[in-house]
Structure formats: structure tokens, C-alpha cells
Design a binder for this molecule. Structure first.
Ligand SMILES: Nc1ncnc2c1ncn2[C@@H]1O[C@H](COP(=O)(O)OP(=O)(O)OP(=O)(O)O)[C@@H](O)[C@H]1O
Ligand SMILES: [Mg+2]
Length: 237
């Protein structure tokens, strides 16, 4: 049995008086791909952003490798071994591809960063061809690859991906999902948030369904792909 890497217990997150996350609990084991699926506004990004230290929970615990990391600021969360690839990519538009990647390596020394950047170029040859290109001029798919590459520059044990397929053509969606599976096979544990439930469930070991801030269903990816209520709500029947 693999060990629990991330454990979230009874988490509550508010935006002012809006109770966005209502006591959710879930876990990610070492080596898994776990996905959180749910409709717009369900609380998927809020969950990832809270784990990533961008938002503060009102109550509940977040444990990473047995350490309580609740309330830890984002830059320290990265040092703990987690990276967040945020929704909408959030790359530095004015900087080059290489400069963006280097920004992702702020926890590491130059030699380590140089080594990892070569690994990122192996994973994303498209980026290597464009090292000096200004990031804002990359295609949508290339920008997603850059955002993932930048997150990988910290060599995370756990990579959190918020809607990596958003706005991409189907062929690029396939490519991005292939890359996620490859990263996982190479040893990175994945917590994936997606509206593309079909794709997410088909690569996930386990999945949780989030509805208006609550987890209403969970199971293996396979189980949820064949679950009637999931099919009706998220897979078009
Ligand atoms: N900064 C904010 N201030 C107030 N409410 C917010 C804020 N950010 C999110 N919310 C609310 O919290 C709820 C959860 O939002 P969240 O962004 O986590 O959903 P999501 O599942 O990621 O949705 P999507 O699929 O559209 O990205 C929504 O009702 C949203 O309107
Ligand atoms: Mg979101």
C-alpha cells in the first residue's frame, strides 16, 4: 500500500461571508493521480489554491507527508515539495520561455536549475525550440506546457494542476493528458482539477466529485466513469 502524501481533513474556506468550501476531506497517496471534478463554481480552484497557500482556510487541516502545512505561504509550500500550476496558466507574458522556467526554480541553486531545465526541455521539446520567445506570443497549448514546465522546475513530489485542458483544441488536450500520465509514471504524484471529466476520470486512479463546496461522491476513476449520476451531470448522459 502506498503512503498518504496529502491529507485534507474537514477543510472550510470562506470568501468574506461566502462559504466556498464546506468541510471537505480527501487524500492523495504517493504515486497516484487523483482528480477533483465538478461544475463551474463548485470550489475546485479554491481547494487547490488553499492547499497551495494562496488562500487561508477558516478551519480544517492540510497535511503533506505527515506535516501540518495549513496556513503555510505559497513560496514555502513549494519548498515542502508541492507545485501548483494555476488555472489560466498565469505565466509571465513579457518574459521569455527560459526566463519563465527560471522563475519556477527559485527554491533551487543554479546547478540544480540548469539540470532540471534540460529535463523540462526533454519533456517539452516545443519549449526548447522557443527558449527566447516572449511567452505572451506562445500558442495556448504552448503556454500550458510552459506553465507546467515552470511548475516542474521546483521538482515537486506533488503537482497540482488546475484545468490544464482549458481552452485547448482536442488534439492538444490529448497531448497535455499524455504528458500528465508520463510525469506520473516518472514518479510525480498528481492532483488534477478538471471540467473535462471524461479525460480526467480516464487517467485518474481515484476521483472526488465536488458540488457547491462539498464532496458528494468518490471512487476509482473507472467507477465514476460508469456511475449514472456522474454520467448525467458531467459526461453528457
Ligand atoms: N475572490 C473571490 N471572492 C468571492 N467569491 C469567490 C472568489 N473566488 C471564488 N469565489 C466563489 O467561490 C466559489 C468557488 O469558486 P472556484 O473558483 O473555486 O470554483 P471552480 O470549481 O474552480 O470553478 P471553475 O470550474 O469555473 O473554475 C464560487 O461560487 C465563486 O464565485
Ligand atoms: Mg476553477
Amino acid at each position: 500500500m502506498s503512503e498518504t502524501m496529502l491529507k485534507v481533513d474537514d477543510l472550510n474556506v470562506y470568501y468574506g461571508s461566502i462559504h466556498a468550501i464546506k468541510g471537505i476531506s480527501f487524500e492523495v497517496k504517493s504515486g497516484e493521480i487523483v482528480t477533483l471534478i465538478g461544475a463551474n463554481g463548485a470550489g475546485k480552484s479554491t481547494t487547490l489554491n488553499t492547499i497551495g497557500g494562496l488562500l487561508k482556510a477558516k478551519s480544517g487541516t492540510i497535511e503533506f507527508e505527515g506535516r501540518n502545512i495549513g496556513g503555510t505561504p505559497a513560496h514555502k509550500v513549494v519548498k515542502e515539495g508541492m507545485a501548483l500550476c494555476p488555472e489560466g496558466r498565469r505565466i509571465f507574458q513579457q518574459l521569455t520561455v527560459k526566463e519563465n522556467l527560471e522563475m519556477g526554480a527559485f527554491t533551487r541553486n543554479k546547478a540544480e536549475a540548469d539540470e532540471t531545465i534540460e529535463q523540462v526541455y526533454e519533456q517539452f521539446p516545443r519549449l526548447k525550440e522557443r527558449v527566447k520567445q516572449v511567452a505572451g506570443t506562445l500558442s495556448g497549448g504552448e503556454q500550458q506546457m510552459l506553465a507546467m514546465g515552470r511548475a516542474l522546475m521546483s521538482k515537486p513530489k506533488l503537482m497540482m494542476l488546475d484545468e490544464p485542458s482549458m481552452g485547448l483544441a482536442p488534439i492538444l488536450v490529448d497531448q497535455i493528458f499524455d504528458i500528465i500520465v508520463k510525469l506520473n509514471k516518472a514518479g510525480t504524484t498528481i492532483l488534477l482539477v478538471e471540467q473535462n471529466a471524461q479525460m480526467a476520470l480516464s487517467i485518474a486512479n481515484r476521483a472526488y466529485v465536488l458540488e457547491t463546496g462539498k464532496i458528494v461522491n468518490h471512487g476509482t476513476g473507472e467507477e465514476l466513469l460508469h456511475d449514472d449520476s456522474v454520467r448525467q451531470a458531467y459526461l453528457g448522459g
